[in-house]
Design a protein around this ligand. Structure first.
Ligand SMILES: Cc1cc2nc3c(=O)[nH]c(=O)nc-3n(C[C@H](O)[C@H](O)[C@H](O)COP(=O)(O)OP(=O)(O)OC[C@H]3O[C@@H](n4cnc5c(N)ncnc54)[C@H](O)[C@@H]3O)c2cc1C
Length: 481
């Protein structure tokens, strides 16, 4: 690392979500490794660190406010937990409930075993599933023979790819809700190359998703046999994701300044370094600070506003990234208050089912310690890119229609132990067609600024592991490694 020399480098990280906290932690780690001093400050506009993530106790429930788990096939979040000494706190999803439902004509139906977001690894569960008509199943089977697209370099929407390879019904009944559940997006606009590039690679390398899945599942089972037990696909921490946030925050506080209630309102380049002006909660006096390097982990629209005065070519692609909003309805219930056994990880709902909820995560059926014995913690998603109008409803209206939907779908027949609404306005970046080119342009323009970097859920993916990886890579660039 070239830049951690004798004089402590003054570095500011803006935003203390998972991206900002990870970046700050990485800076501290690198400084320790190199035995160098840095003068690091982290500034967060909100009263608390954590951004979109956080865990609360509500009565005897342990409630996740934003995300409730992360994937392990992208190793960066697990690696970070290990480096923080949290490995023994990681927990896997409960084996018995490792399945998901899709709503089909008003009824929860199991996602066919081995179906991986877009492609079946096993044929028989697809043949017998009641989710699709015979016509749709035959059309999906025909995927084996569909000619691969020629102009693979040109970005394509998820909807176009799926219609072309698997047919319209597979898109509407299975893939839109499964993928939409992750990105809360419109599949007609969602960029496949920016979100699920492995399916493009499958088409390119194997000519067919089904062929690719069959080959991959064979080599995966051979690998698994060779390497022994692996982590489950999803994990969290015993104390919830807050445990990761708290550990990161404490580590940052021991080695740097962490200021909440500090909103960056002005960023000005100096001959060397940057001048930062903050609005401070509870004070009419702005705080001004000068640093050598700055890392923004703020949403794209906020970053655009901060740089437009001196880097309009960078502000342009940042401003083009659209955001969706959603609400999360958190509720606790007695299990016996449902006629349905609720024995899964959750339910996703196709847009064509015409419901007012997008998905329901059965958080306490996935992980132990989230609800008292005999109870269940649900997290119901509302809104997203396809139903933005629902965000205009009041919290009371959202609670009311959520309970009506739970009654109708799962036979809920009693009042919940608790019910709360948490809103995420302008929180979900939309990876629309052309996203990879926009991100490339952002990087190209950001490179022109000295001592300046960007990180966050806009660039490599919205998931926690993506944010961790992206933040650590941004730190390496910031230090010129
Ligand atoms: C409801 C929901 C459920 C999700 N579920 C999952 C899940 O289960 N698993 C998963 O992997 N991912 C999940 N995600 C996605 C994941 O949580 C996010 O992508 C990730 O937390 C984003 O982290 P971040 O630090 O990049 O951004 P943020 O968390 O948005 O942090 C940015 C921070 O910058 C601060 N800020 C903004 N402007 C300024 C300013 N001018 N000055 C100072 N500070 C500023 C903000 O207050 C915020 O704290 C979910 C997201 C949502 C909304």
């Amino acid at each position: 690392m070239s830049d951690l020399g004798e004089q402590p480098l003054r570095i500011a990280v803006i935003g203390a979500g998972i991206s900002g906290l990870t970046a700050a932690h990485r800076l501290i780690e690198l400084a320790e490794e190199k035995n160098s001093a840095i003068d690091l400050s982290v500034y967060e506009a909100a009263p608390r660190a954590g951004g979109l993530l956080g865990t609360e106790r509500i009565g005897d429930y342990l409630v996740e406010l934003g995300g409730d788990m992360f994937v392990t096939n992208k190793p960066w979040a697990v690696d970070l937990c290990k480096r923080l000494g949290l490995e023994d706190q990681l927990i896997e999803t409960e084996k018995v409930n490792r399945r998901a439902f899709v709503l089909s004509k008003g009824k929860p139906v199991e996602v066919p075993l081995g179906f991986n977001l877009m492609a079946p690894a096993r044929i028989w569960p697809m043949v017998v599933t009641p989710l699709l008509s015979w016509k749709a199943k035959l059309r999906m089977g025909w995927e084996y023979f569909v000619t691969p697209r020629r102009n693979v370099e040109e970005d394509e929407s998820l909807a176009s790819f799926v219609r072309r390879r698997l047919g319209k019904e597979a898109l509407e009944r299975l893939i839109q809700p499964l993928v939409g559940g992750i990105y809360t997006s419109d599949p007609e606009k969602l960029s496949l190359s920016a979100t699920l590039p492995r399916f493009i690679d499958m088409e390119r390398e194997h000519g067919s998703l089904i062929r690719a899945m069959r080959r991959q599942s064979k080599s995966a089972s051979e690998n698994q046999a060779a390497t022994g037990a692996r982590y489950s696909l999803f994990m969290t921490l015993k104390g919830g994701l807050q445990q990761l946030l708290d550990t990161l925050r404490d580590r940052v506080r021991e080695n740097a300044e962490l200021r909440t209630g500090h909103k960056l309102t002005k960023l000005e380049p100096l001959e060397a370094g940057y001048r930062l002006t903050f609005d401070v909660a509870g004070s009419s006096e702005p705080v001004v600070k000068e640093v050598d390097r700055v890392l923004l982990t703020t949403p794209a629209y906020a970053s655009a506003k901060l740089v437009e005065g001196f880097a309009s070519e960078l502000a342009k692609p940042l401003r083009q990234i659209e955001y969706a909003s959603c609400a999360l309805v958190l509720s606790g219930h007695k299990l016996t208050d449902f006629t349905h056994p609720m024995d899964a990880n959750g339910l996703v709902i196709p847009y064509v089912e015409n419901r007012r909820i997008l998905a329901v995560s059965f958080t306490s059926r996935k992980f132990p310690g989230r609800a008292p014995e005999g109870h269940i913690l649900l997290r119901t998603f509302v809104g997203g890119a396809l139903q933005p109008e629902l965000m205009n409803c009041s919290d009371e209206e959202i609670k009311k229609f959520t309970l009506e939907e739970l009654r109708d779908i799962f036979g809920l027949h009693a009042e919940p132990d608790f019910i709360e609404v948490s809103r995420y306005v302008g929180a979900m970046p939309q990876y629309h067609v052309g996203h990879a080119q926009r991100v490339a342009e952002i990087h190209k323009q950001a490179e022109k600024l000295s001592g300046f970097e960007l990180a966050g859920n806009i660039y490599e993916g919205v998931g926690i592991p993506d944010c961790v990886h992206n933040a650590e890579a941004a730190v390496a660039r910031l230090l010129g490694d």
